[in-house]
Design a protein around this ligand. Sequence first.
Ligand code: HEC
Length: 142
Amino acid sequence: MRKKTLLLVALLGGTVIAAEDVRQLAKLPPQAEINLREEMRVSLLQLNEVISLVVAGKVKEAGELAEKELGISAMGKNRALPLEARPGANMPPGMHQIGQEGHKDASAFAAIAATGDREKALAAIPKMTASCIACHYSYRIR
Ligand code: HEC
């Protein structure tokens, strides 16, 4: 029952947001936008890999992949690029902060997964994906 109510609230919330887009526009330079969107698609792929590994009982591998691809270890990849090609450097501070928190949350997940405890790793997944939602519901780039 409670789950159904939550789902309904989520759906209604989604409808409201679709009707009047209240997300803040964070216009990025064209190359930064291209790079951001490519990184996003890779993040989604890697996230799915991480979840699949946990489900398959390969919990430590899931942790290693999460740290490498989504965690603090994955930060600063674009540092060598020109400023106009770097997504993070062109984000408003609030948006950038959500991104950084997301990397930290993925590392926190990785630390839990490193123990090999599947139940704890499963329970930690929503905290890792929360930043994806937080940013997508707060910011758009076009
Ligand atoms: C700091 C903000 C931020 C975080 C954190 C974030 N995203 Fe995104 N993401 C964006 C923005 C902005 C867009 C582009 C939205 C638009 O087109 O206006 C986007 C687009 C995407 C897209 C579509 C890419 C395309 O080809 O257009 C995917 C897939 C995606 N994100 C996945 C994820 C996943 C998975 C996570 C979490 C692991 C995540 N994102 C975390 C900001 C973020």
